[in-house]
Design a protein around this ligand. Structure first.
Ligand SMILES: [Zn+2]
Length: 405
């Protein structure tokens, strides 16, 4: 079992130790030391990284993991020339450790705030690269409750309460009113004591006074299966997050020519305008389709009792040619319309007036067998996307001519 130096001092960033074993972990090499300040992933907190120095060799620790028997594996980036028994000097990545201490200690404060204010216990904790989250055992969580918990948590940060570490037996722990008991039975429990605010059993790395957490910022909340998930960031991450939010808002505000605080109002205005434009555009297109249909039908001549129309539109999209096909086939009971749009993605629309005897779906299949692409439809209406559009107008005219052959 590895002696855990971080149990007693989370600010111990450098230490000396001996190599107890050089082990293989999958395809990687790991060192087992007699003592370590490196934190292995456990209890929701992720591992430390850093370096191991031995003689002239400086090895990068990329992951630290814990085995069931309590030994700690320091997984190396590259194969070492270190042997069992060598003395090494360990160096923790300080920025990463400090960040983890801020997130983890902030979590204790926040979880305690939700219990104190609303009796909502934390059932799990997740520490991510960008943000952290706790899952609260509660049926409901309102915005005022979130804000109240955030407020109390930040008061506790500002009060700079001492955070102590204590070791007690299971028996001693019973009467102390711990917020959370560890799931596994241990002889000795390690308690994290935020003075007069929270007492809980935990094996992680924490600050020594709440002021070092800096600040606690609550973010998204969402309903999950077992309750409510609250996303949050602490310490320097709150500044990084606020900076990112501010940059996003500033860029958005510049696009809208407004102040960042007026963005919701501005976006609502844009949405209303867009809705009105869409409506007016639809109306104009319908009127245009009517006019097109009138003109096409006036110019068309009937052959064997039906009017076959073959047209390619270079500047009208699919929705317009569909509208036009609909108008043509409704305004006259003898129409067969073979229409194409080459504006954007090329499309074909074949339609016939109700009661006509051709099969548009079959005709579309025949056309696409020549042109490539996919599509299909019913007897009266079919749609397709041709793979090639060279000589499309001529092709449609030949197809139209064949209908009377
Ligand atoms: Zn903890």
């Amino acid at each position: 079992m590895t002696e855990r130096l971080y149990y007693h001092d989370s600010f111990l960033y450098e230490f000396d130790a001996h190599v107890a074993e050089v082990a293989a972990v999958d395809a990687r090499t790991a060192l087992i030391l007699d003592r370590t300040a490196f934190y292995p992933t456990s209890g929701g907190q992720v591992f430390d990284t850093g370096w191991i120095v031995s003689g002239s060799e400086k090895l990068r620790i990329t992951e630290v993991a814990e085995k069931d028997d309590g030994t700690i594996l320091h997984i190396l980036e590259s194969a070492p020339r270190i042997e069992k028994g060598s003395q090494i000097h360990g160096q923790i990545d300080v920025d990463r450790r400090r960040d983890h201490m801020q997130q983890h200690s902030g979590q204790h404060v926040l979880s305690a705030a939700f219990v104190r204010l609303f009796n909502m216990p934390t059932v799990s904790f997740h520490m991510g690269v960008e943000s952290c989250s706790i899952d609260l055992d509660t049926k409901n969580l309102t915005t005022p409750q979130v804000e109240a918990a955030e407020n109390l948590a930040n008061d506790v940060v500002l009060e700079n309460r001492p955070v102590g570490i204590r070791f007690v037996t299971q028996e001693e722990a019973q009467g102390l009113g711990l917020r959370k008991m560890p799931p596994v039975e241990r002889d000795k429990l390690r308690l994290i004591d935020i003075h007069d605010f929270d007492l809980t059993a935990c094996g992680g790395t924490h600050v020594t006074a709440t002021g070092q957490i800096g600040s606690i910022l609550l973010r998204k909340v969402e309903k999950v299966r077992q309750g409510w998930r609250v996303e949050f960031v602490c310490g320097k991450r709150t500044v990084d997050t606020a900076r990112r939010d501010y940059s996003t808002l500033t860029e958005s505000a510049a696009l809208c020519s407004s102040h960042i605080w007026d963005l919701p109002q501005q976006i609502r205005k844009f949405q209303e305008e867009a809705r009105a434009w869409r409506k007016s555009n639809e109306q104009i297109l319908q009127e245009l389709a009517d006019l097109y249909a009138d003109r096409i039908l006036r110019e068309a001549s009937a052959q064997d009792g039906s009017i076959v129309i073959a047209r390619v539109f270079q500047d009208r999209d699919l929705s317009f040619i569909k509208l036009l096909a609909q108008r043509l086939t409704r305004q006259n009971p003898h129409v067969i319309a073979l229409l194409a749009s080459t504006a954007g993605q090329p499309t074909l629309v074949f339609a016939q007036s109700a009661g006509q005897l051709f099969d548009m779906g079959a005709l579309m299949k025949e056309a696409l067998a020549k042109l490539g692409g996919r599509g299909g439809g019913s007897k009266d209406m079919a749609q397709g996307g041709p793979a090639q559009t060279d000589g499309l107008e001529e092709f449609l005219k030949q197809l139209a001519a064949k209908l009377h052959a």
